[in-house]
Write a protein that binds this ligand. Sequence first.
Ligand SMILES: Cc1ncc(COP(=O)(O)O)c(C=O)c1O
Length: 389
Amino acid sequence: MAKMTGIRLAKRLDEVGFSDIVQIRNKVMELRAEGVAVHSLHGGEPFFETPGDIKYAAIQALVENQTHYAPSSGVLPLRKALVEKLARKNRLHVTTDEVIATVGGSQALYGAFQSVLDPGDDALVFSPYWTPIADLITGAQARPLRVPSSTARRNGIRNTLEQFSTPQTRAIYYNTPQNPSGLVFTRAEAEDVAAFAIERDLVVIADEAYEDLVYDGEHVSIASLPGMLERTITCFTFSKTYAMTGWRAGYAVAQEPFMTALRKIVLYSTNGVATPMQYAMIHALTTPESKIASIREEYRKRRDLLVAGLNEVGLECELPAGAFYAFPNVEKLHKNSRTAAQILLEKAHIATIPGSVFGAQGEGHLRFGYAITLKEIEDCVDALRRFFA
Ligand SMILES: Cc1ncc(COP(=O)(O)O)c(C=O)c1O
């Protein structure tokens, strides 16, 4: 019999899940340990290494003893560089008090949901969505209301948001380009979301992790639309654009009262971003747009190659407009995406992520991450051809 004890977990964590994706990673590692060559399309990491000049900026900061406590919201030169970038690239005109450095985009999102949601509140989430979002919302003791993106695009964004919202709705999570579908909302769609947020007096939590990876259309920062800056918390990361996933570098942009809340959350969780990393972030922000554009072209090649291969074997896939994921319908393999992923992994040694992990609206699909080398994509497409032959 279990011993009676008063030790228990805080209840607010009961409903918070722990990444399903880890299980797939473990299975891949198991197969590799058995000597099986696995095609790794389950990840979300850029195919290139962090550029050398960014690494040297961190080394230089270390050598120059930038190793002390920094202001918890970020050193002023970083906040100035962010303000300049936001005005130039995102049409967000803010002050150095309206940006905060965070430990990855993840801490920005965590802070955003914690700042806005009370227990019992609801948050609208376009679905499929990046898995941790539902956990960040339930971790704030609030409820995610999943809004099917495809229905919203087909039937009208405002009608659909209206249909799924409740009197307790306080926020909309708005991710463009989207993980896992690669969807990029148009300017007109962003305007619809904005109009709904204003009409209902909602806060928008914008996630622009893939802002630099738009192949078709344009990236619109929703906070740049009239009346939106004051009701939007925009979350950014250095992970994807600069291949800095392991550096844990990100930032958030918001006006008051949100910035006070974000400052408290950052202060009491990490007391800021590691000081040498902040100098690497400043340096990363000097990357010429032409270099970012050439990286984007590299991703476009990968997208075109993979999506053509998927369609060739009958896994129907629309050309994703952004991010670095393809999200084909795989019902031909199996209706249950977990089973489909398992079949593909065991029989063709291709690792993907089941669509249902990204919400019920992802069922029947698999996420293929194409932020890998062209050779790896070619090999994966060959493996698909052999499997479906
Ligand atoms: C949609 C989305 N938002 C935010 C992030 C956060 O990235 P990070 O915490 O590495 O900055 C990711 C990472 O995969 C993502 O896919």
